[in-house]
Ligand binder design. Structure first.
Ligand code: EPS
Length: 390
């Protein structure tokens, strides 16, 4: 299964085409819109989110609520486009159009794609870079992830996300009885966190950053329950499923690092306190006494919950900008100021959940028969039975 996305932040729409979903899978616009709405929320979002109300249109691949096996095309319109039709228009500009029309950008923002993207593609106007490198694109990554989440849920696999840390304020360890409880609590939180004390402090930190013209980052966690064991592979580097998850996490705008289970703590502990003892009983089959490795051994799922965290740096667009250089004059200048969010970590948790769901669904479709949803459900069930008795 694969997908591509197209579209600029202030262009007419965002588009994705998904290829490889099995036929006969139920999928509706509501399934996708629910996820799009989750991504729009969160304390710290800027004014753009008041303009947009993201809603998907299914433009191909689905009939009467079920996938056909053909590519699925999804579109989300940018409401803000109506204000940008001149600046972002597709038709050539006539010669007397003023420079003002282009809203040209020549002062790169440190930490953004602006300068590297401009010199790679030869853009003297860095708007050509920032319009595509903007995290607005994650809207349709979440739409694609919603299709993946639907597939996982039909296979009895559940996924959730929450915020562990914002601007150096860490939430207490989340003690939840079920993913349903984790979701209920964190979805009700303006910063998508489980710890109500940390929630207040995180919100205050975001307000403080905003007041100072600054931005803050954080850590998000994705948890997956119900993955059958033995998905992925140890036989070659590019089939290790944990490495695909790591790549997907760092592919999210502003994400700089990934951890599984106890993560970097493993460097500070002896092996006896890192590895998970193996047990067996007739009902569960093989399981681990602990889950310090976060659901993976040897690039394959163990059947234990997958626990993966991603680190998001602060958004590089600052209202109090850092020093930069104007690429036309080479003079030092303050970087350009674009409207932005002071903190998008709560929204980024939903993006992380989406890209992880995508990689897991893709790995399942690679390993099991993938043309028909009914056949897929049967073979994943058979894998679970086989693994229990192995
Ligand atoms: C973004 C800048 C802001 C954010 C945007 C990401 O957009 P604008 O420049 O229109 O104010 O709101 O995020 C989204 C639009 C979104 O849907 O998440 C950036 O430069 O990355």
């Amino acid at each position: 299964m694969r997908y591509l996305t197209a579209g600029e932040s202030h262009g007419p729409q965002l588009t994705t085409i998904i290829e490889g979903l099995p036929a006969g899978m139920p999928l509706t616009e509501e399934d996708i819109n629910m996820e799009l709405a989750r991504r729009q929320k969160g304390h710290g979002r800027g004014r753009r989110m008041q303009i947009e109300k993201d809603a998907v249109q299914i433009m191909g691949g689905i009939r009467h609520g079920y996938t056909l096996g053909s590519p699925v095309a999804l579109v989300v319109e940018n409401k803000d486009w109506t204000h940008w039709t001149k600046i972002m228009g597709q038709a050539p500009l006539d010669s007397e159009a003023s420079e003002e029309v282009k809203r040209k950008i020549t002062r790169a923002r440190p930490g953004h794609a602006d300068l590297n993207g401009a010199l790679k593609y030869g853009h003297r106007d860095m708007r050509n870079v920032l319009e595509r490198s903007s995290a607005r694109e994650t809207t349709v990554r979440v739409a694609a992830g919603a299709a993946a989440k639907k597939l996982l849920s039909l296979l009895g696999i559940e996924i959730a996300c929450h915020v562990k840390e914002i601007g150096g304020i860490a939430a207490e360890e989340a003690n939840y009885a079920s993913l349903a409880e984790l979701k209920e609590k964190t979805e009700a939180s303006p910063v998508r966190t489980f710890d109500p004390d940390a929630e207040k402090k995180m919100m205050a930190a975001i307000d403080e950053a905003k007041k100072n013209g600054d931005s803050i980052g954080g850590i998000v966690e994705v948890i997956v329950e119900g993955m059958p064991p033995g998905v992925g592979s140890y036989v070659h580097y590019d089939r290790k499923l944990d490495s695909k998850l790591a790549g997907a996490m760092v592919s999210i705008n502003a994400f700089k690092g990934v951890e599984f289970g106890i993560g970097f703590e493993a460097a500070r502990k002896p092996g006896s306190e890192v590895h998970d003892e193996i047990l067996w009983d007739a009902e569960r089959g093989y399981y681990r006494r602990t889950n310090r490795l976060g659901g993976f051994e040897g690039g394959m799922t163990t059947g234990m919950p997958i626990v993966v965290r991603g680190v998001m740096k602060p958004i590089p667009t600052l209202y109090k900008p850092l020093q930069s250089v104007d690429i036309d004059t080479k003079e030092p200048y303050a970087a350009s100021i674009e409207r932005s969010d002071s903190c998008a970590v709560p929204a980024a948790a939903v993006v992380a959940e989406s890209v992880i769901a995508w990689e897991l669904a893709a790995a399942i479709l690679e390993q099991f028969p993938a043309d028909r949803m009914d056949a897929l459900i049967q073979s994943v069930e058979e894998q679970r039975r086989y693994a229990r008795e192995f």
